[in-house]
Ligand binder design. Sequence first.
Ligand code: NAP
Length: 282
Amino acid sequence: MIISGKELSARLKAEMAEAVKSFPEKYGRVPHLVVILVGENPASVSYVTGKAKASAEVGIRNTTIRRPESISEAELLGLIAELNADPEMDGILVQLPLPKHIDESKVIEAIDKAKDVDGFHPLNVAALWQKQPCTLPCTPKGIIKMLKAAGVEIVGKRAVVIGRSNIVGLPVSKLLLDENATVTMAHSRTCNLAEVTRGAEILVVAIGRPKFVTADMVSDGAVVIDVGVNRDPETGKLCGDVDFAAIEPKASVITPVPGGVGPMTICCLMENTIECFLRSRK
Ligand code: NAP
């Protein structure tokens, strides 16, 4: 079974759009997401465009603020302070990566926790690890939604996550743990990685290396979630961290790239924006 993140996200966005229609009458306006784009990095430009398109589909107001690569850290922090103070802004997202002269962690910490739609603020991260209400990071949240939508039983399963980044590997491991999986976290220093991954009933791969996970690393019937977004060096086309063609016949459930985790990430960003809006109304 191939889980289409594209189809699932389309369904969820349509449901959100239906709910958002009633917001002007109920709350006086629709949620407002502001995205800050620094510089012209083509991947970032494309992500920001995708976020604007999804906002339009859901009926969320989207403002993209563009600033040149040369913006100083102080200027960027000043802009965030203004947006934090503006009651018309419900969600603030700074598209990463930022130029080298800007400290990303300072920028993330500067965003009001209540408007942190990415779920990257240290207070949101702490709340996640303490099982407190918080804004969940979009990609891990989307992965759990995909597993549930595909009817994958998570409780008690052996889950292996390759990658331990703050935005994917670590939080998705925590969410799987919260779903009562038995979680192993693997990384670049893991010994006998193939042996570890063959033990996985659920395998989540977030490395950033094209087709790194090969068929011999996956057991028959495994559920495989491919987070990677890479260019295939042979074809130049987008591909994941998993050798999809070789693993799809073995896996019970697998996600494609493109059209898998990516659309779910944007879908969860929309959901997070709506959640921030509704929380601020309470
Ligand atoms: P990252 O911060 O670069 O982290 C990569 C992780 O992979 C690190 O923990 C690293 O281990 C591990 N790793 C690298 N080489 C390895 C190896 N040979 N064996 C085992 N582990 C290895 O990357 P990220 O931000 O998590 O992103 C990972 C991928 O997901 C990228 O392709 C990115 O574009 C994609 N992504 C997609 C979405 C989406 O919505 N679809 C969202 C976010 C990211 P160490 O910690 O030991 O260095």
